[in-house]
Each structure stands twice: as structure tokens, then as C-alpha cells.
Design a protein around this ligand. Structure first.
Ligand SMILES: [Zn+2]
Length: 444
């Protein structure tokens, strides 16, 4: 046998599987270097028989597991395109995990494992569950276009880099409770056929659910997101929970379909995110015909919007601005500041006295506070600091606020008269406001 024909034979005995290249183009990378087991494929790349109960399946699965153990012993965790029965690296410490395009016919378990580099399941299919609970992934986690037939658990996982589940499919529930993701997390175009929970998760960048489909509910209670949260074009079949969520950037729900109830009490962080979440909640609840909840979220949306009107004036910015070549730049911005502040302060009574026209009880409360304030004012002006005089002053204040006509006519010029006129102006204003709110709230 000539050396030439020998190398040809070796070439023929090499597994025909071709890996992805650096740009993740399929079949454009290197060829597998493992020897052929049968059908031109190595033991890792050869397919498993469909019937898992058959002895062929069990024999092949055992041989595959052996090869996996051999590779793992050498710190080689490249299982790209491998067809494997089940994988269990729970509590292991590994340099990285490459399961790109792999097919795992049972569960993939990595609970409590430490992965010192990247984890990639791009285009992988896992028939069972994927469990990463309590694992540490030092760099990024890529699961785009992965298909998980069971459930996915990333509870309390720590991911140093970004987490990508773009166009991934999870047939069961997805759990990310208390997960900590250093950079962004993307679920764009993902399909989760169960529920998705992110309760108390912390995300260092943005979170995207654009065009994602979540068949059941989505939980984001107590989540802390440094950047934006986006649900543009997302479809959520169950409820949505945002209680005590904190969003540092913006929130977007454009074209999002939230079909069930939404709970968003105590959202904190950037006012624009609060306003967007409360507005969505208001729309959802009015769609469901729950006027009280719609009013509640409308009120909070308006409070957040009022916060947005309070511009944060930075002295450094102002100085910087005056150094600009075109000083005209200054004029509209100062005007903007002044107008914004004016609107912010003028809106105070609308928020606190009328409750943005949805809380009639607030008007009664405001009226009671006015009665007490003017009562004390009259008491101080009269300078007769006895309990009887205080009683009289409060009663006088009540009458003035309730029906000022006679009181103003009889008021003497001076301080007492001036305060009477002011009270006489404010008091009667409260009743039309009260009636207007009642009419708006119950008259539609
Ligand atoms: Zn191979």
C-alpha cells in the first residue's frame, strides 16, 4: 500500500461532520477529526435510533456517554453537532460548553456547575429539561435558535456577560428567578409555551422580548433592570406581573398584546419606564372592563409623567451650554426648564387635590385639610388662644369654605378679611371639582 493511498483511507475514515465557522455559518467550518464509527460519522455525530426502549439505543447511548466522559476528562467540552442521550455536568467546573447544533435526547443538567468561559447551545435541540440552577457562567450564554422541549431553569444562575435566547423555543416553563445577568438579555422572537418567571432577577443591561410569544404568564416582580425593557410586538397569553420592578431605562409595549391581567404596583426607577408600564396596565384593565384598576394605573401614569416634567437642572450643563458658539441654544432650553417647572408645580393640586380626576375622596380630604388650616389661621389672627376660640375658628372656617357669600360680605378689611376672601375663593371651588370627578368616574 502506497503512503498516498493510506492517507486517502484515513481521510475516508474521518467523520464527515462539518462544524460551523467563526461567523456561525453552517457547514463552513472545519471537519470533525474523530474517526468514523459507522455511516461516515463518529460516535458523537452518529444518530440514535428513535425507539429509546430498544437495546440498540441503550448500547449506542452507553458508548456515546463513554466518549463524552473521555473528552470531559481531557477538559474538552466541544460537543458541537453531537447527538447524545443525556448530559450531566452538575457541580462540575469546566472551561466552556459548546453544544452548538447538538441534539440531546434526554435532560441536560448543569446545576451548580461553574463554567469559566462561554456557554453555547446555539441551534441545539434538547428533548428533556435544561437545568442550570445555581450555576456560574463567567462569560456569555448563547441559546439562540435553541429548541428546548422540556423546561428551562436558570434559577439563581450568574452570567457574567450577555444572555441570548433569540428565536429560541421552550416548550415548557422558563425560570430565571434571582438570576443575575451582567449584560443584556434578549428573548427577541423567542417562543415560550409555558410561563416565564424573572422574579427578583438582576440584569445589567437591557432586556428584550420583542416579537416574543409567551403562552402563559410572565413574572417580573422585584426585577432590577439597569437598561430598557422592551416588549414590542410581544404576545403574552397569561397575566403579566411587574410588582416592585425597577427599570433604569425606558419601557416599551408598542404593538404588544397582553391578553390577561397585569399587576404593576410599586414600579420604581426611571419615570418614563413607570409611565409606560402604568399606561399599558391602564389600557389592559380598561380593555378588561375593570374601571377601578384602570383608574389606579391612570393615576400612577400621570404621577410618573408629572415626575418627568421636573427637569433635572445640572449646573455643569448650564455652564457648558454658555460656552457654546451659538448662545441662542440657551434660550429655548431655559424656556423649556421654566415651562417644565411651572407645569410641574401647577399640576400639584391636580395630583393631590383631585387625584387626576379619578379619586373623589381626595377632594373631601383636601376640603377637610383646608377647613383645619383656615381654622388655625383664623385662630392665630384672632389671638385668643382658648379652646372655645379654636372651636369657633374652625367652625367659621368650615362655613366660609362651604358657603362664603355671607362671610365675605360681613368681613372687615384687614388680615382677617383677606384670609376670608381667599378661603371663600378656594372652598366653593372644591364642590364643582368633586361633582365633576363623580360624574367622570361614575357617569360613563
Ligand atoms: Zn464527528
Amino acid at each position: 500500500m502506497s503512503p498516498d493511498s493510506e492517507s486517502q483511507t484515513n481521510e475516508l475514515q474521518r467523520c464527515v461532520y462539518v462544524f460551523r465557522d467563526k461567523n456561525f455559518a453552517k457547514g463552513k467550518g472545519e471537519q470533525c477529526s474523530e474517526p468514523v464509527y459507522s455511516d461516515g460519522k463518529c460516535i458523537l455525530h452518529i444518530g440514535l435510533p428513535d425507539d429509546q426502549s430498544r437495546s440498540e439505543y441503550k448500547d449506542l447511548a452507553a458508548r456515546k456517554a463513554e466518549r463524552v466522559a473521555e473528552k470531559a476528562a481531557k477538559d474538552d467540552f466541544n460537543f458541537e453537532g453531537a447527538i447524545l442521550p443525556s448530559i450531566d455536568f452538575s457541580e462540575w467546573s469546566v472551561p466552556n460548553l459548546n453544544f452548538v447544533d447538538a441534539s440531546i435526547w434526554e435532560h441536560a443538567l448543569f446545576e451548580g456547575a461553574t463554567i469559566n468561559g462561554n456557554v453555547s447551545f446555539v441551534g441545539a435541540t434538547i428533548v428533556g429539561n435544561v437545568l442550570f440552577r445555581d450555576a456560574i457562567i463567567k462569560k456569555k450564554a448563547s441559546f439562540w435558535e435553541a429548541s428546548i422541549k422540556g423546561r428551562a431553569s436558570f434559577v439563581n444562575v450568574k452570567i457574567g456577560g450577555r444572555a441570548s435566547f433569540v428565536k429560541a423555543t421552550i416548550e415548557d416553563n422558563a425560570y430565571f428567578e434571582e438570576a443575575c445577568i451582567g449584560e443584556y438579555a434578549s428573548f427577541d422572537g423567542a417562543t415560550i409555551n409555558g410561563e416565564a418567571s424573572f422574579d427578583k432577577a438582576r440584569i445589567g443591561g437591557n432586556v428584550w422580548f420583542d416579537n416574543a410569544t409567551i403562552k402563559e404568564g410572565v413574572w417580573l416582580n422585584g426585577v432590577k433592570v439597569k437598561g430598557h425593557v422592551s416588549f414590542e410586538g410581544a404576545k403574552i397569553g397569561g397575566g403579566a406581573w411587574f410588582r416592585q420592578a425597577s427599570i433604569g431605562g425606558d419601557a416599551s409595549f408598542e404593538r404588544a398584546e397582553l391578553q390577561k391581567e397585569i399587576y404593576a404596583e410599586g414600579v420604581s426607577g426611571a419615570p418614563q419606564a413607570q409611565a409606560a408600564i402604568y399606561r399599558k396596565a391602564k389600557q389592559v384593565w380598561s380593555g378588561l372592563g375593570d374601571r377601578d384598576k384602570a383608574d389606579y394605573y391612570f393615576y400612577h401614569e400621570m404621577v410618573a409623567k408629572r415626575e418627568l416634567k421636573k427637569p433635572t437642572f445640572s449646573f455643569r450643563d448650564a455652564v457648558h451650554r454658555s460656552e457654546r458658539k451659538n448662545p441662542k441654544d440657551d434660550i429655548p432650553s431655559i424656556k423649556k426648564y421654566v415651562r417644565s417647572y411651572a407645569e410641574y408645580f401647577l399640576e400639584w393640586p391636580i395630583q393631590h387635590v383631585t387625584g387626576y380626576w379619578v379619586y373623589p375622596a381626595r377632594v373631601i380630604r383636601a376640603f377637610a385639610i383646608f377647613v383645619l388650616c383656615f381654622g388655625f389661621l383664623f385662630w392665630f389672627i384672632a389671638q385668643d388662644f382658648t379652646v372655645t376660640a379654636l372651636d369657633d375658628s374652625v367652625w367659621c372656617s368650615f362655613l366660609t369654605l362651604f358657603n362664603p357669600i355671607g362671610k365675605i360680605e360681613n368681613a372687615q378689611p384687614g388680615l382677617f378679611g383677606a384670609v376670608t376672601v381667599i378661603a371663600g375663593f378656594i372652598g366653593p371651588l372644591t364642590w364643582p371639582v368633586f361633582i365633576a370627578i363623580l360624574a367622570k368616574k361614575y357617569g360613563r
